[in-house]
Design a protein around this ligand. Sequence first.
Ligand SMILES: Nc1ncnc2c1ncn2[C@@H]1O[C@H](COP(=O)(O)OP(=O)(O)OP(=O)(O)O)[C@@H](O)[C@H]1O
Ligand SMILES: [Mg+2]
Length: 140
Amino acid sequence: MFGEWGKTGTTIEYKELGTDSSLGQKTTMKLITAVIKPFKLDEVREILVDLGMHGMTATEVKGFGRQKGQSEMYRGAEYEVSFLPKMKLELVVPDDAVDAVITAIQAQARTGRIGDGKIFVTECTGVVRIRTGEVGVEAL
Ligand SMILES: Nc1ncnc2c1ncn2[C@@H]1O[C@H](COP(=O)(O)OP(=O)(O)OP(=O)(O)O)[C@@H](O)[C@H]1O
Ligand SMILES: [Mg+2]
């Protein structure tokens, strides 16, 4: 923990004890955003739970990649499809789990066909577990 929550009168404030990121937490986490084929969601979830990940968020989204959304699911269709349904999976993980998480997602989500998706890695500067007040990696 690199800071602490405290109450000053009626206001709850976060007091920085450590570094200068937005929540006063050291940056030791990454946000992994994976856009995958929707039917792969359960398998990907399962392997991530097996890896010890505590939580994740899945959102139904629409997108396109290099093929511009065409000829992927609608091969031979006369009409133009610009966005195809995808599942976006977001999870924040400790830095030392990033490689394993990426490898696991790729292994489970890959079919070898176009549209298998992409994995993005972003710095995550802070996390707060609302119920307990834990912050940083402990809050994941
Ligand atoms: N550069 C990008 N930025 C944001 N989202 C992207 C990007 N590229 C792909 N996506 C998202 O990922 C989904 C799947 O992309 P897709 O796998 O088709 O990428 P691709 O580069 O076309 O690879 P492939 O040739 O294997 O199909 C897209 O529908 C879109 O939602
Ligand atoms: Mg594509």
